[in-house]
Design a protein around this ligand. Structure first.
Ligand code: C2E
Ligand code: MG
Ligand code: MG
Ligand code: MG
Length: 287
């Protein structure tokens, strides 16, 4: 694993370690090829308003269909893309793709893109992202950037510039996977987040009990009083949907609503919404 601790690596540099390095190099080379040869695709997962059951946003998630290895998970190749710098090309490509798909959605439906801290290290990063988005003809208000707390550990002056510049243009920021890192209230206070995404470990999983529920309640309450949206990640059952709504979450995302799907299926979800009466839509998705 990418984040295997350094000390162990030094003490036990063995065959499996060498294999690991070789594997990473291979993925790195393959990824560059994949970008050229269109093996990557963008999938979309809806983020649903819990009060109405309506889709307010789609998160764009990269997919890699390798001709021999089959599907490779982003959890495996994103860290390698970050280390090799390929994440910049990948990120700009994905943003352009996602924006071009989003032009066919209703205006009030936003598109969310995940941003790696390393994408901000290159000069002109903000320009890259926003011009990829604008080329599709979408206003910056329809773009949402999902960042994790890891971003702020970088302590780079670029980050402040990036966030201020883009949020000045109307781009929205979401704090992703909240609860897995430092869960610092300082970041929420310091930066213009309009959304907190509570990590799915607080929702699903067998240990997610009363304690998780109390945490979700507290985060929701705080978010609400700051005028933020609170998204519960990883909703897989209707019971979870009801529970997080009851706990104060405003939005939800997860397999209960839909997995990440190709653009044409995202369009079908929106069509279903258009053709369904509001009460029926709520009942079907979130009731
Ligand atoms: P994330 O941003 O937290 O994205 C949500 C992940 O949770 C996605 O996994 C999604 O498929 C998964 N998920 C959604 N609903 C459920 C559910 O109900 N149950 C379960 N078990 N899982 C659910 P995915 O697509 O494999 O992506 C994993 C991570 O890889 C993402 O986490 C994100 O950090 C990163 N990633 C994916 N695409 C990109 C990208 O284009 N750029 C960057 N920088 N990172 C990306
Ligand atoms: Mg995300
Ligand atoms: Mg997330
Ligand atoms: Mg997560």
């Amino acid at each position: 694993e990418a984040k295997a601790d350094g000390s162990r690596q030094i003490r036990f540099f063995d065959h499996s370690m060498a294999r690991d390095i070789a594997h990473r190099r291979e993925i790195e080379t393959e990824l560059r090829r994949a970008l050229r040869e269109n093996e990557l695709a963008v999938y979309f997962q809806p983020i649903v308003e819990l009060e109405t059951g309506r889709i307010r946003c789609f998160e764009a998630l990269v997919r890699w269909f390798h001709p021999e290895r089959g599907e490779i998970s982003p959890d495996e190749f994103i860290p390698i893309a970050e280390e090799s710098g390929a994440i910049v090309t990948l990120g700009n490509w994905l943003t352009a793709q996602a924006a071009s798909v989003a032009t066919s959605w209703p205006e009030e439906v936003r598109v969310a893109v995940n941003l790696s801290p390393l994408q901000l290290k290159v000069p002109g990063a903000a320009l890259g992202i926003i011009s990829a988005f604008r080329e599709a003809g979408l206003p910056p208000e329809r773009l949402e950037l999902e960042v994790t707390e890891g971003l702020f550990l970088e302590d780079s002056p670029n980050i402040a510039m990036f966030i201020e510049e883009l949020s000045g243009m109307g781009v929205r920021f979401a704090l992703d996977d909240f609860g897995t890192g430092y869960s610092s209230l300082g970041y929420i206070n310091q930066w213009p987040f309009s959304k907190i995404k509570v990590d799915r470990s607080f929702v699903s999983g067998s240990q997610a009990g009363r304690k998780s529920d109390a945490i979700i309640r507290a985060v929701s309450q705080m978010g609400k009083s700051l005028g933020m949206e609170i998204v519960a990640e990883g909703l897989e059952t209707i019971d979870q949907v009801r529970a997080v709504r009851e706990a104060g979450c405003t939005h939800g995302q997860g397999y209960h609503f839909s997995r990440a799907v190709p653009a044409y299926q995202a369009a079908l979800l929106l069509a279903e919404e258009r053709e369904t009466a509001p009460e029926e839509l709520f009942r079907r998705r979130a009731g």
